[in-house]
Ligand binder design. Structure first.
Ligand code: NAI
Length: 454
């Protein structure tokens, strides 16, 4: 008998789709080849945050004297850090499995491959068994992009070059780490390693770090990271990984960085190799499954959610896409919007962003008004971040007076960026924002101050 829904992949997109589908009373199977929770829980968002929290504890303990607290001989035990991370991961993965079970989702711990179409729907083969489903939700995630230069494949095979997956399990700290790519993964991993005293060098192809984020914040973040000991080589193209060094070209000159380990973090690509998309004719674009605003592919009753559609590779986007896909299957009107997706780079301080930056808005020809405030406007910030130079920006569409973007370079801004996401979704003006009461004393109250300064 055919299932109502087959979910291929058990990461944030897949497990959320399966959970929602089961909750809606649809017979559901969720096929996952590695571990439920996917990249996010097992080797991405969560484990990175576990390491970063240990790193922060270590730094706070070392700097405690400034707060009147004296801690002697502070040391870090990286193996214990990794063990704690593993415990957190285990707890969360079993939580996901328990939730799926509670919603009567059948779990199949095997790699699945789409094998064809039947009168009732589609077939997926996993662990020698064939599963038939009326609807298929593809949620196979993404994999690390491999830079096509000499020495990388060999380096990966020998363990000299690592992806975030292996780095998150490295119990012994290297003396030096060279990071290829100054994007999200590169910066977060480099933050941990710099915090615990590893010499850290980031080689980035562009003339700035942190991708498309606000330029002023990217510059300030680079300065702060520099103070933490990170070294940046910008506008540099890595040409080879050779023995114990990384070779790169910058301004026409070839140079080398001798290092103990290399982290490869130059981006991720949709994981669609070998999953059988061609057997049912699913359209892809540069390897990613093409979807519309209902998460439908070109094939009837086949959906794709999460990194595999490469729209925005973030776990929280995958969650929402999963909602939309299952609602569409259930006939509940819903559609995906990508205008107010918050994103956070978990550096120290965090760089949180939602909607348009000043540059992206201007590039779209929008007339904008930007309110910029130093974070020390917030008393709570000053209390907890002495000597820090964080700042924030609100970007308004001048024509309508509505908020269209917000960025914060400040600790724990990840916890309140959602406030601005909600304001953008609700098309709030500065006046609307001022009517919302924010608790005092919090760092988030600065949003109200900035709205008042409009
Ligand atoms: P990314 O796209 O954020 O950054 C890759 C960087 O590598 C870019 O700055 C690019 O210019 C640079 N680059 C590319 N080729 C290069 C080369 N040959 N030499 C030097 N630099 C080169 O990709 P990343 O950091 O690997 O992250 C992958 C995905 O995972 C992203 O889509 C990200 O959104 C997601 N992610 C999100 C997190 C979060 O939300 N906090 C945490 C970790 C990952």
């Amino acid at each position: 008998m055919a299932y109502d829904v087959i979910v291929l992949g058990g990461g944030p997109g897949g497990y959320m789709a399966a959970e929602k589908s089961g909750k809606a009373g649809l017979s559901t199977v969720c096929i996952e080849g590695r571990a439920y929770g996917g990249t996010c829980l097992n080797e991405g968002c969560i484990p990175t945050k576990a390491l970063l929290y240990s790193g922060k504890m270590y730094l706070h303990a070392k700097e405690a004297a400034a707060f009147g607290v004296h801690a002697e001989n502070v040391t870090i035990d990286n193996a214990a850090v990794i063990d704690r991370k593993n415990k957190v991961v285990k707890t969360l993965v079993s939580g996901v499995e328990a939730t799926l079970k509670a919603h009567k989702v059948e779990m199949v711990k095997e790699y699945g491959k789409i094998t064809g179409k039947t009168a009732e729907g589609y077939t997926v083969e996993a662990g020698g068994k064939t599963y038939e489903g009326k609807n298929l939700i593809i949620a196979t995630g993404s994999v690390t992009s491999i830079i096509p230069i000499p020495g990388v494949k060999e380096g990966l095979a020998s363990g000299y070059v690592l992806t975030n997956r292996e780095l998150l399990d490295l119990k012994e700290l290297p003396k030096k780490l060279v990071v290829l790519g100054g994007g999200v993964i590169g910066l977060e991993m480099a933050t941990y390693y710099a915090m615990v005293g590893v010499e850290t060098v980031i080689i980035e192809m562009l003339d700035h770090i942190a991708g498309t984020t606000d330029k002023d914040m990217s510059k300030e973040l680079m300065k702060i990271c520099g103070k933490m000991g990170m070294k940046f080589i910008l506008g540099a193209k890595v040409t080879e990984v050779k023995g114990d060094r990384v070779v790169y070209e910058k301004d026409g000159q070839i140079s080398e960085e001798l290092t103990d380990k290399v982290l490869l973090s130059i981006g991720r690509r949709a994981n669609t190799d070998g999953i059988g998309l061609e057997t049912i004719g699913v359209e892809t674009n540069r390897g990613a499954v093409v979807t519309d605003e209902f998460m439908k592919t070109n094939v009837p009753n086949v959906y794709a959610v999460g990194d595999v559609n490469a729209k925005i590779m973030l776990a929280h986007v995958a969650y929402r896409e999963a909602d939309v896909a299952v609602n569409t299957i259930c006939g509940i009107p819903d559609r995906m919007r990508y205008d107010a997706v918050p994103s956070v780079i978990y550096t120290l301080p965090e760089l949180s962003s939602v909607g348009e930056t000043e540059e992206s808005a201007k590039a779209k020809g929008l007339d904008v008004k930007v309110v910029r405030l130093p974070m020390i406007y917030s008393g709570r910030y000053l209390v907890e971040n002495p000597g820090e130079n964080g700042f924030m920006k609100l970007v308004f569409n001048k024509k309508y007076g509505t908020l269209i973007g917000a960025q914060f370079l400040c600790n724990y801004s990840s916890e309140f960026i959602a406030t601005c996401a909600a304001f953008i979704e609700m098309e709030f003006t500065a006046d609307d924002m001022k009517q919302v009461i924010l608790p005092h004393p919090t760092v988030a109250e600065i949003i109200r101050d900035a709205a008042s300064a409009y």
